[in-house]
Design a protein around this ligand. Sequence first.
Ligand code: BGC
Length: 381
Amino acid sequence: MKKKLLSAILSVAMVATLLAGCGSKATTEAAPAAAEEAAPAADAAAEEAAPAADAAGGLVGVAMPTKDLQRWNQDGENMKSQLEAAGYTVDLQYANNDVATQVSVLENMIANGCQLLVVASIDGSALGTVLEQAKEAAIPVIAYDRLIMNTDACSYYASFDNYKVGTMQGEYVRDALDLDNQAGPFNVEFFGGDPGDNNALLFFGGAMDVLKPYIDEGKIVVQSGQKEFAECATASWSTENAQSRMENIISSYYADGTKIDAVCCSNDSTSLGVQNALDSSYNAEWPVITGQDCDIANMPNIIAGKQSMSVFKDTRDLAAKTVEMVDAIMKGGEAPVNNTTDYDNGVMVVPSYLCDPKFADKDNYKELLVDSGYYTEDQLK
Ligand code: BGC
């Protein structure tokens, strides 16, 4: 109930943010890596070669946001291999973090005869029109990882408990600074995710629900004054955008050697930007820093204790659960869910399955990531 309310409040904040004139994904994204630049061509080729609809198990479209961030490559590959193992043919497409490209990917999937769509949206509020087409064609849609907003054409939602990810980050900062026993005040800064991603609101809201009471009593001071989601958001979750915001914060508020006690970052890509900025322009004691995803790029700093924690979301588990959902729907049944109350997308409460996020740091990463076969030791060197 609390989450539902939070989601509704944050959705209003999100709309306000968007109306306030955030640039489009295409214009706000940092310069794409070489591999990503090649992506539209690769996407087009893949669309031309879209698999036929008459495969034995059926044709499933899997639309992922971008190849630019590690997790979506993993999610895409996990979904594809697990769906194929279950007998389905898969049309896997990426969209270069560009909303218009993702809309056309989905139009093509519908036209090519996909019988079900799994969609990790770029902007959860921008797919209403194209998903209406899916609905008219009786194609079920599973929102993958990110809730699709303001449409009744979203049949199910498969994700992690994203609000809990945020509370885990907030609780970590609370405990690391021992806020309940120390007088403070402590300087803390906040870095959120992309305003078009409903998850970003849940992470930020979860962390703030834990830390706001300390801000209100003056034990936490946000020297930059940037405490609202819209002020702390990071367009496209980009490392470069987070880095330049952190550099500005350091030069404006901490240039005189004032200590930053903690930086509460919603995920690893933003956290990396913050760490890059601290490395280049901050001279006082290193702060407590949060993250999420256990990205390979962050692992050396996590292992060194420079990034204090991350939240591990095992994308193999999410893919496995989503494949179970696909299979049940394709066989005419109902998908397994474990939450039918909290994920209101503005039009309907979407039946959801939420996997459990896990705490990760330098002390447990081996067991969590290496022993479980998620990464090899070599990848983490
Ligand atoms: C995902 C995070 C990820 C972020 C940026 C969010 O929707 O839940 O795991 O770090 O997007 O890709």
